[in-house]
Design a protein around this ligand. Structure first.
Ligand code: AMP
Ligand code: GLY
Length: 435
């Protein structure tokens, strides 16, 4: 099978890497890709957010499957255009992508499907925002209703800061969702969907804030690890039963079936498991860690999802190893990141046992050298027999990568490796069990 992967980031590099390991995949193309992807497969310089351009490229290459990585092309209707061209596509339609593109829409679907989530109110002006903030109390959670690359959310004890964020969204012509604060550890669970059937991947944890100890502003994600030894044993099944399947059923009922990855962003709160958000694609950088452990051929799984045949897919197989991904970000990320700097030490990092490098914001300069071209520049991914070993290997790799001004968190998977994550036993499901 021939596959075309759309997107420029680390998630897409990880997907391409896994597709190349699938014996049923004969050829992979990417658009637009990045420097890391370009080392593996042919890349095509088209606008990946343009539905007509993607459909045209898919037809020209005569691919059997298109995989759409990021949210922007999904929300723009890229999947619809490819499907209309008669080519199977892994990724939801524009209508189904509203689950991520509009937080208000996601809340409506969750309410209809009985999915547990934070209480929330939509506000369209300062008065409504102030009223909602006072109803829920601190800590305040204010979310831009539209797509904001993980950066549209402000969580703060400062009422004035919360109001200022809401006002900035109103000034930009948007609305906000204000909700109750959810305590407890967060989990990312990716669920493959074919419109009817749901197949969960192994859960992961992401690190959203820029600095150690979850300080500083939110980012797209600074690191991830999987599996979660500390997670309650019944967690995945609970999320399928109470979150993913009801949502997929509700989307089908509405005539907008969900095909692709339903990313369930969860908080394991003292009052039970709650959805923080849905995304309609793989998480970045969780994918870099999760796919490193997946042994089932990825292309065949994605094609089965695209064709509505996930019920026939074999049971997923996973490596026994743990995986840790540490993101190296450019200076000044998540603000305006510094770009155009040379990156060295990549080969050295990759020569370490169990280590590989996934590119995100990279490109090649005129001399063919790898230079930074985005906020999150790359992730060093390591497998190890447990989290302690995977972590050590990942950080050994990070230390070999040279990029002026770059920054990374030093605490990715740290608490988990030290056994310090606690889930409240009040979750309504089984307490944490060490597996
Ligand atoms: P979102 O874009 O909705 O994923 O939010 C980004 C991040 O903000 C989440 O991963 C959480 O860390 C935090 N967050 C969002 N909503 C809440 C909430 N209701 N309570 C606590 N933290 C939240
Ligand atoms: N890592 C969070 C996200 O992909 O949205």
């Amino acid at each position: 099978m021939k596959v075309l992967v759309i997107g420029p980031g680390g998630r897409e590099h990880a997907i391409v890497r896994s597709l190349l390991e699938d014996p049923n995949v004969s050829e992979v193309h990417a658009a637009p890709g990045n420097a890391g992807i370009a080392k593996l497969v042919p890349t095509h310089a088209i606008d990946g957010n343009d539905p007509a351009a993607v459909a045209q490229l898919a037809r020209k290459l005569a691919v059997d499957l298109v995989v759409v990585g990021p949210e922007a092309p999904l929300a723009a209707g890229v999947s619809d255009a490819v499907r209309e061209a008669g080519i199977p596509v892994f990724g939801p339609s524009k209508a189904a992508a509203q689950l991520e593109a509009s937080k208000a829409f996601a809340k409506e679907v969750m309410a209809e499907a009985g999915v547990p989530t934070a209480m929330a109110r939509v506000a369209t002006n300062a008065e409504e925002a102030a009223d909602a903030l006072d109803t829920f109390g601190a800590p305040h959670v204010v979310k831009d209703d539209g797509l904001a690359a993980g950066k549209g959310v402000v969580v703060t004890n400062d009422r004035a800061e919360a109001l200022a964020h809401a006002q900035a969204c109103f000034d930009a012509g948007g609305t906000v969702v204000i909700e109750e604060f959810l305590d407890g550890p967060e989990v990312s669970l990716f669920v493959l969907c074919d419109g009817r059937t749901t197949v969960p991947l192994s859960p992961a944890q992401d690190f959203k804030r820029i600095f150690d100890n979850d300080e500083g502003p939110n980012t797209g994600g600074m690191g991830a690890y999987t599996p979660l030894d500390w997670a309650p044993e019944g967690l995945v099944q609970e999320v399928i039963d109470r979150v993913a399947q009801p949502t997929v059923d509700e989307m089908a009922r509405r005539g907008t079936p969900f095909v692709g990855v339903l990313y369930c962003g969860l908080a394991l709160t003292s009052r039970g498991t709650r959805v923080i958000e849905f995304n309609v694609r793989f998480g970045d950088p969780e994918t870099q860690a999760v796919l490193a452990r997946l042994k089932t051929p990825l292309g065949s799984l994605m094609l089965a999802a695209a064709k509505g045949e996930l019920d026939t897919a074999e049971e997923l197989r996973w490596s026994k190893d743990s995986a840790v991904a540490v993101v190296v970000a450019a200076e000044n990320y998540p603000d305006t990141p510094r770009t155009g700097d040379r990156i060295t030490g990549l080969k050295k990092a990759e020569s370490l046992e169990g280590v590989h490098v996934i590119h995100a914001g990279t490109t090649l300069d005129e001399e063919g050298r790898v230079v930074s071209a985005g906020g999150r520049v790359l992730a060093v991914v390591a497998l190890g027999s447990d989290l302690v070993e995977a972590r050590e290997r990942a950080y050994d790799g990070v230390e070999l990568v040279q990029l002026e001004g770059s920054q990374y968190r030093t605490d990715i998977a740290g608490k988990a490796a030290r056994g310090e994550i606690r889930v409240s036993t009040n979750t309504g499901i089984i307490p944490a069990v060490k597996r």
